[in-house]
Ligand binder design. Structure first.
Ligand SMILES: NC(=O)C1=CN([C@@H]2O[C@H](COP(=O)(O)OP(=O)(O)OC[C@H]3O[C@@H](n4cnc5c(N)ncnc54)[C@H](O)[C@@H]3O)[C@@H](O)[C@H]2O)C=CC1
Ligand SMILES: O=C(O)[C@@H]1CCC=N1
Length: 267
């Protein structure tokens, strides 16, 4: 498959790296579009494909065009891409918020797949939810899903409108996890550990707890109960979390992320 990437930042390059590592795309079949000469030189150093400056006619030669710029930059990209995109090409957007209908309208192009990955895609452990415009064949959708699967797991959403919820839950999710890990490490530091030891205690706890969750028949409530002895230490912590409505704050934050995706949809 021949793939062009517009927006070679964190996510665009995570995709490029993954496709190359898994031999799904050969370097000679990958086109990286840089916005500035400095970025062009930097991307050339990565040897992840041919690098061009700006959205040239060459972009029209690829099977798939991935748009991975910030949502706020999409309209500027669309003004150039709409003159270059060819009828047979598929366009994969990973931009938060922007619905398929707006992508189709601004690009004057029907064959759109909209996906929401997350940063663990960088190490092949990403979670992506995606939806496809009507008009794409099952074969075309599978071709793109095969690429996405090289970055982790993928789920197809029949209802595109759930993509904003996926953005809030799994797209932004790694940041919530890192936020909680950071707070736990800080607590460990305040209780007397040095940073490195606190980080080790927390990271191994998160890793072990994830695998226990994944391998256990117990529900989350039961898993919590198995740690929290009556009148014990965990219960003391959970009481404070409950008093401060930590769960409510997290749920409220995730709802705000979903609302923000809706705002980004309008440009
Ligand atoms: N960072 C994340 O965790 C996730 C991000 N996304 C989405 O992915 C998109 C990219 O996010 P990041 O990679 O984090 O941003 P980023 O800022 O690292 O990358 C965006 C890149 O687009 C380039 N760019 C902007 N306009 C351009 C143009 N006209 N031509 C060529 N390149 C252009 C910028 O120079 C930059 O390198 C966003 O739309 C975001 O909503 C989706 C899921 C997760
Ligand atoms: O924060 C953002 O807008 C993007 C979308 C999901 C993760 N990062």
């Amino acid at each position: 498959m021949r793939v062009a990437i517009i927006g070679c930042g964190n996510m665009g390059m995570a995709y490029a790296k993954s496709f190359l590592q898994n031999n799904l795309v050969k370097p000679e079949n990958m086109l990286l579009v840089a916005r500035s000469p400095a970025r062009q030189t930097e991307l050339e150093g990565r040897q992840a494909g041919r690098v061009v400056l700006g959205i040239t006619q060459e972009v029209g030669l690829y099977d798939l065009v991935i748009v991975a710029v910030k949502p706020q930059d999409f309209s500027a990209v669309a003004r150039e891409l709409r003159d270059v995109v060819q009828p047979h090409q598929m366009v994969l957007s990973i931009m938060a918020g922007i619905p398929i209908a707006r992508l189709q309208q601004e690009l004057a192009h029907p064959l759109i797949i909209r996906a929401m990955p997350n940063t663990p895609a960088l190490i092949g452990l990403g979670m992506t939810a995606y939806a496809a415009a009507e008009g794409l064949t099952v074969r075309q959708i599978r071709q793109v899903e095969n690429l996405i699967n090289s970055t982790g797991r993928a789920v197809f959403l029949e209802q595109e409108n759930l993509l904003d919820a996926a953005t809030a839950v799994s797209g932004s999710g790694p940041a919530y996890f890192f936020y909680i890990v950071r707070a736990m490490i800080e607590a460990g530091r305040q209780l007397g550990f040095d940073e490195a030891l606190a980080a080790q205690l927390v990271k191994q706890t998160m890793l072990g707890s994830f695998h226990l969750l994944n391998n256990s028949e117990k529900s989350l409530d039961e898993l919590i109960k198995a740690v929290a002895s009556k009148g014990g230490t965990t219960e003391a912590a959970l009481t404070v979390f409950g008093e401060r409505d930590l769960a409510g704050a997290l749920i409220g934050g995730i709802s705000a992320a979903e609302r923000r995706a809706g705002e980004l949809s309008k440009g």
